[in-house]
Design a protein around this ligand. Sequence first.
Ligand code: PSV
Ligand code: MN
Length: 430
Amino acid sequence: MTQLPLSADLIAEANARHAEALDEDYDALGRKLARTGIDIDAVLGRVASFSVAVPSWGAGRGGTRFAKFPIPGEPTNIHEKLEDCAVINQLSRVTPRVSPHFPWDKVSDFAALREEAAALGLGWDAVNSNTFQDQPGQAHTYANGSLSAQDTATRQQAVEHNIECIEIGQQLGSTDLTVWVGDGTNFPGQQDFARSLDRYLDAASQVYAALPDDWRMLLEHKMFEPAFYSTVISDWGSSILAAQELGPKAKCLVDLGHHAPNVNIEQIVARLHRFGKLGGFHFNDSKYGDDDLDSGSINPHQLFLVFNELVEAELNPRDGFNPSYMIDQSHNVTDPIESMLSSAEAITGCFAKALLVDRDALHAAQESNDTMMAFQALRRAYSIDVAPILAKARVAAGGAIDVLEAYRLSQYRARKAQERRAVGLGAGIV
Ligand code: PSV
Ligand code: MN
């Protein structure tokens, strides 16, 4: 029996106030799209089956290296985080899976945790290992690296932690392990570039060997932070080379914030797909670096162009194309539930716009070197307001027409502020 956190009546009452306007907007958009041969109900069907996972750690207020400003009612453990994720999914109906991070989300009984999530209408996405931080009582420090560390015992510890994550994931019903290491250097000469990569590959292959048959290992690259001179898996090139060396179950995961400024991320998506190595996506946005700002808040056009490539990839699948989509943001100044509701809408909206691209027109213009018409094929789709399609999909699944309005009406956070213990001050993480 699922027991969702918010009152269904409250959502229905809020929806009732917007239903007539939504029908009008949807019908008007349907007529507009029909003029170009697009069946709005077919697009609605595609949008209804789209989903993106939310990160357990995104349910808390993140922070920067300098500070964290907790809010009353913030979750303090995985149980409370699950409850918040259930709110996001109940309203948006597009985030039915949670991606856990270990050891942050460790509990003594994972079978019970799986049931707890199911009762909230949630499943599990990729499990994330953490060898970028030391834990209390840990035998070997990751200060000088983890999977690439010079010290054999440290590497072994990192391998064992990743294998433990796989075992936990099996109990939860996950099929992906996402591996991001903070390994790298802050000084020229600090480490030998080739030898540290060799050590990483050797250790990663031990983790790979422990993957069950139907599992994937998603390698997440990042060019800087916490290491600021070099990182071991710095870019999509290092990532795909490592994934190719490890084997078919190893794929690359693209986090939108993990690139040099102005890098053409949509082209990276196309390249990774071309070689059957695109395994997953972490959505966020940035202005300067790995800012972990809300998806689509700074550069929504880039998000659209990424989805344009993802839809192209879907139409030309290679190696069972099935990328894992996840939000990976840090919410420093907003209620994380509101940020993830807003981001889920931005992400789904870009997917919907990408579906509206007239692919025949785009491809014909590309083939005839008609630059302007190729660009216009994208521009036309990008400029369409797809909000009525998104809202219709949500309502049909029991969600809210206006997700933020319904969330605020529910007073969920204020209620949680009465029930939950306060989060302490300190520096942020993520
Ligand atoms: C690293 O910056 C990252 O994007 C990885 O996905 C981590 O697992 C996540 O942030 C949380 O710290
Ligand atoms: Mn990430």
